[in-house]
Design a protein around this ligand. Structure first.
Ligand code: SAM
Ligand code: 2KA
Ligand code: SF4
Ligand code: MG
Length: 225
């Protein structure tokens, strides 16, 4: 099995409730959504910063398994992208020799069913303002994906809500309520560099519903990948 991978690197997890842990990141190329704020680009080749090599895409599963098996002092392996659920078959074909952490837009429930063995799910709940079209259908698929990969004794699942300065307060509250049974907590993540005043007001309201934290993208302040 093969997958298009943009980069493999070590860094600290810069987002969400595991902020600060050391991870091996595997970044898949390509996405089914088009968020206006997306900060991610893909290189044509797979750049493996862990070993200082460049590989042709698509990369074979045996190569990725070897990188994972030789990873040193990591908390977990972060599968991100792009959208890693587009590569659910590939990820489920890997032997879980480390803790698996999934970073997903949560819009592909059929693919999520293949990935029930992941240990940590950092799932986005997209706000209407993030997307150009098709929000209602994407939201429905998001609820279903959170239901499939819900928080449990075996898995930590939390939701990240990435917020611009202006957003529909009531709509975000209602959307969050729709998945609150499936997540351990909410993380409000500002679109990087934007004003947080409205986000702090939202936190105050959302705390009536669930544990809700405001955490920015820490890796960008540190200037690391
Ligand atoms: C690049 S995405 C990859 C995983 C998946 N496609 C998703 O959106 O969750 C990783 C995380 O970065 C967030 N993100 C992307 N661009 C951002 C920005 N400019 N400011 C804050 N968060 C951003 C996404 O919302 C997501 O939580
Ligand atoms: N350090 C660091 N932490 C991250 N957490 C989520 C990321 C992502 O792009 O998925 C990311 C990333 O790109 N870098
Ligand atoms: S879903 Fe993730 S990778 Fe895709 S466009 Fe949005 S932020 Fe970028
Ligand atoms: Mg990133």
């Amino acid at each position: 099995m093969r997958a298009n991978i943009s980069e493999i690197f070590y860094s600290i997890q810069g987002e969400g409730i595991f902020c600060g842990v050391r991870q091996l990141f595997v970044r898949f190329s390509g996405c089914n959504l088009d968020c206006y704020y997306c900060d991610t680009q893909y290189s044509e080749k797979c750049v493996d910063y862990a070993s200082g090599r460049e590989l042709e895409n698509p990369v074979g599963i045996d190569y990725v398994q070897r990188v994972i098996d030789s990873a040193t002092s990591i908390h977990s392996v972060s599968f991100t992208g792009g959208e890693p659920l587009l590569y659910a078959d590939f990820i489920s074909g890997l032997e879980k020799t480390r803790t698996f952490y999934l970073e997903s837009n949560m819009s592909l429930p059929e693919e999520a069913r293949k990935l029930k063995h992941v240990d940590i799910v950092a799932g986005d709940l997209k706000v209407r303002e993030a997307l150009r079209a098709g929000y209602e259908e994407i939201y429905e698929r998001t609820v279903e994906t959170f239901r499939i990969l819900r928080d449990s004794k075996e898995r930590v699942t939390f939701a990240k809500i990435v917020l611009p300065e202006q957003f529909d307060f009531e709509d975000v509250m209602a959307r969050a309520e729709g998945i609150s049974d499936y997540v351990r907590c909410f993380v409000l993540q500002p679109v990087f560099g934007s004003d947080v005043r409205n986000i702090l007001k939202l936190q105050e309201k959302m705390l009536e519903l669930a544990d809700t934290r405001v955490i920015p993208q820490v890796h960008k302040y540190l200037g690391v990948r």
